[in-house]
Design a protein. Structure first.
Length: 51
């Protein structure tokens, strides 16, 4: 959903959760991928064939 350009609020609506929960999960994903923002996370995920 991040790679498709959805905002945290939009992702939250799709997953029936809060924007804050989405942000918390994304923060954890950034840590796991060793990146600091959405664009870097998408780039690394593509490079590692995660998406």
């Amino acid at each position: 959903m991040v790679a498709n350009g959805l905002t945290n609020k939009q992702i939250g609506k799709e997953l029936f959760t809060t924007e804050r929960t989405v942000k918390a999960h994304l923060t954890e994903i950034y840590t796991l991928l060793n990146v600091s923002n959405r664009a870097q996370a998408i780039a690394v995920a593509i490079k590692k064939n995660i998406i």
